[in-house]
Design a protein around this ligand. Structure first.
Ligand code: PMM
Length: 261
């Protein structure tokens, strides 16, 4: 991965949601301070997003998304490796201009045809997540005969589209996106099938509903389960995990690395 030397362990990406309506934690006014706290707790990079992607969420307009993320990225870049969580090429462009070194696109390039050409031209690494449509109605697309095979095939297509433009691409199964709880568990069971796609893997399970459904716990009480998923991801050789509560995952990836995966 260009710009991301091997650390000998899974990276921890700390989530900085510059949104008023994220499902489990929102930081509009204090996003930079929140990001710096996550760095202190051991985050290797910070993922700044301005558009909530929780199931059912309505889209924010481009101007609003830009107004939310650009100042936060500018405030964190230089102090941290920052990624931008966006499906819009225009927002990715403004974020990279403000210092972002990675573009995290939950649509894997499907929402905006300009996204892959932009990251190719900019030469920034790119996360392509498995996606079947915007959050407003994505759960109607949670229909699979074989979720592991279908997610792998759809991600392979996004991988090939990125590689055709020489984009350094990370793949992500998109837990909870157009997936019910059983689909997310099935994918976690088969992280080997995802790493077999031959690209670095990012896993985002943090505080998601499938953890809450298992444990009957609200989002604020799902951090221990999130750390358990971090262990599974690290053991599977994931490149990074994307989490709200950084400290437990920062410890977990070091424990797994010490034992050897
Ligand atoms: N999940 C969310 C947002 N962005 N990006 C990637 N690459 N993978 C994910 O699983 C993912 C993501 C939703 O969670 P949030 O609203 O807490 O940020």
């Amino acid at each position: 991965m260009r710009g991301f030397p091997d650390l000998g362990r899974t990276r921890v990406m700390g989530i900085v949601n510059a949104t008023p309506d994220s499902f489990s934690d929102a930081h509009l006014g204090d996003a930079v301070e929140h990001g710096l706290r996550l760095l202190d707790e051991g985050a290797d990079l910070l993922d700044v997003g301005g558009e909530s992607t929780r199931p059912g969420a309505a889209r924010v307009c481009e101007d609003e998304e830009l107004a939310r993320v650009v100042p936060v990225i500018a405030g964190l870049a230089g102090r941290a490796a920052v990624s931008v969580d966006t499906t819009r090429a225009s927002v990715a462009q403004a974020a990279v201009d403000a210092g972002a070194v990675l573009v995290n696109d939950v649509s894997g390039g499907l929402a905006d045809p300009q996204m892959l050409p932009f990251v190719a031209a900019a030469g920034v690494p790119y996360v392509a997540m498995h996606w079947r449509g915007h959050s407003a109605d994505m759960q109607t697309r949670a229909v699979y005969d074989d979720v592991v095979a279908e997610v792998c095939a759809e991600l392979a297509a996004r991988r090939d589209a990125a590689l055709a433009l020489d984009v350094d691409v990370v793949l992500d199964p998109g837990l909870g996106f157009a997936k019910d709880a059983d689909h997310s568990w099935a994918l976690l069971q088969r992280l080997d099938a995802l790493t077999a796609l031959g690209r670095p893997l990012l896993v985002g399970a943090s505080r998601k509903a499938f953890l809450g459904a298992l444990l009957d716990k609200p989002a604020a009480q799902r951090d221990a389960a999130t750390a358990a998923v971090t262990v599974l991801a690290a053991q599977a050789g994931a490149w990074a995990v994307r989490v709200h509560d950084v400290a437990p995952s920062a410890d977990a990836v070091r424990v797994v690395a010490r034992v050897g995966s």
